[in-house]
Design a protein around this ligand. Sequence first.
Ligand code: IPE
Ligand code: IPE
Ligand code: MG
Length: 247
Amino acid sequence: MAQPAPSSAQAPTPRHVAIIMDGNGRWARQRNRPRTFGHAEGVEALRRTVEAAGEAGVEYLTVFGFSTENWRRPAEEVNALFDLLRLYVARDLDKLVREGVRVRVIGGREGLQRDIADIIGNAEARTRENAKLNLTIAFNYGGQDEIARAARRVAEDVSSGKLNASDIDAKVFETYLDTDDLPPPDVLVRTSGEFRLSNFMLWQSAYAELVFLDVLWPDFGKDALALAIDVYRRRDRRYGGTTSESA
Ligand code: IPE
Ligand code: IPE
Ligand code: MG
């Protein structure tokens, strides 16, 4: 007989929700519009989602905005995505500061245009004291690149004598990741009906509950977030042990 799903009253709201915001291009194509139109609508969906996450009591929201593999796209589209990051910060930073949102950006900083690096640094500095919602934007981010950059810094610390090789374990290693001060995601959502991680939070998602939704990112908002949270709450997280009900 099927196990009854735990009721929502028992299961807590996820502390950390991570989202692969996918499907902007297909959303635009359905409307015979250029892909960049889909990306612009995607920013509106991000705005709605940041607000809805705060209302739902989520503490950490991490979104995948540009991957290390997205450089393979035509230059025009890559430029449009960078312009949207500029526009989002220019339009929303004051509001984020006011509303208690702490902004972080994870991903490689090398090779980013100077003004983008400045925009990121300024957004992080201006929101550093905020604690209501932690919004982390993964930009020029790839999980493999993040782990390789961390390994490089670990190697540097070993060769300079700051760290003993025999002291390296998972706990020590993860302090070298971009997500050093974030808890791991409880739920990882991907929109657009694709079933893959595309290099997102490979280390951090070890025990994340994966939720794949058949909604294109520009259509995402309060309802879709509530659905993802509801699906998450019905899952039984075991972390390699036995069922949580018998714990
Ligand atoms: C997600 O939408 C945004 C980014 C990857 C930057 P896509 O641009 O991947 O849209 P689809 O997957 O082609 O529909
Ligand atoms: C993942 O989506 C990257 C972002 C959402 C920023 P992609 O659209 O780039 O992933 P693939 O190419 O379908 O795997
Ligand atoms: Mg895509």
